[in-house]
Ligand binder design. Sequence first.
Ligand code: 5GP
Ligand code: ZN
Length: 122
Amino acid sequence: MPSPPDDCLFCSIVRQGTYVRKANGFVAIEDINPHAEVHLLIIPERHVDSFREISEFPAREAKRMLEFVADTARQAGLTDYRVQVNVGASAGQTVFHLHWHVLGGRTSADMPTKTETAVEVM
Ligand code: 5GP
Ligand code: ZN
């Protein structure tokens, strides 16, 4: 199996340990640019570039990853939510380390903008 690139952002986030949840080789972090009220990213500690390489995960590990996605959503208080994986640059993938988006609550289209929520001080 090829080694991960030295400059992989999500490998370095996994190493730094700045996540909201961790178990069994997977971490959950908050997306830095949320598209919904709850926008979490589920990242396997094992580096694969994208969902295309899903077969590099043994079956039991792949199952545990899906369970971690569902458990993380549940622990975030979500019953209804979207799970999204962008595969390849033209499908919107910008970080080439497999990750699952968990999106719940109001989407960014329904959320007030920073200007709308700003408190008037004068
Ligand atoms: P993609 O576009 O590859 O499907 O998803 C990558 C996600 O990673 C984007 O939603 C983006 O906002 C998020 N992201 C990019 N850089 C960082 C970072 O440094 N920290 C966190 N928490 N999220 C990031
Ligand atoms: Zn990586």
